[in-house]
Design a protein around this ligand. Sequence first.
Ligand code: DGL
Length: 253
Amino acid sequence: MKETGNIGIFDSGIGGVTVLKEIIKVLPNENYIYYSDSKNNPYGDKTDKEILEICDNIVQMLLKQNCKAIVIACNTASAKAVGFLREKYPQIPFIAIEPAYKMVHDYSYEKPTLVMATKGTIESEKFNLLYHKYDNHKTELLECVGLADIIENGDKDQIEKYLQKTLGKYKGKIENVVLGCTHYPLVQHEIKQVLGGDIRFFNGAPNLAIHLKDVLAKNDLLHNNLGKIEFIDSQNLPEKKQRFFNILQTSMN
Ligand code: DGL
């Protein structure tokens, strides 16, 4: 193993912490630079052009910080920008999260399913290809407009109200839930409370972590270091940093 740099990871805020925590379980000795783009949150309602520009700027910044691979820890950014980024930066491995709908097909095909994601993800061509390929014909697609934003701000009352209002009608009718935005695992417990019954959650982050390790190994980019995590927020908000590390610490215990 040789020392070859950092792993860059970004999201429209702190939601990508749910991806980073899975990565750290698999790759504890890598160094990470996490970029939380709270200034541009939410990405879910932005145009494709805006997302491409935002992602391109973040990638340029991460490359200046010696990143050897980049994880897009945002379903919306992945859906819209990963093709463009791979083409523009062919020398860099990009590992991109996507809604874990294939897992429903593979492990729980018969059950009524709810895919929760941003409007941007649900409308994207990339997600639609995935959806039509693995359609179990018992799936509801739910555009959770504004939910990532509310989770980002962390107001518990507002989160509960939102979930009651948007998920109430599915109570008792759903058995699989695809968490198609990296902010949503942070409120998995609250989602379960509203939906009731026996819910199985599908989150793409654990598989992404394994895939990242394979890609690094194949490219001879595995790095044995101290496992440092640097956090950068695009608005430089100290409370974001605090919340990010609190969540990370709690979820690693
Ligand atoms: N965490 C992002 C995702 O996975 C949130 C998108 C947003 O900012 O709207 O889609």
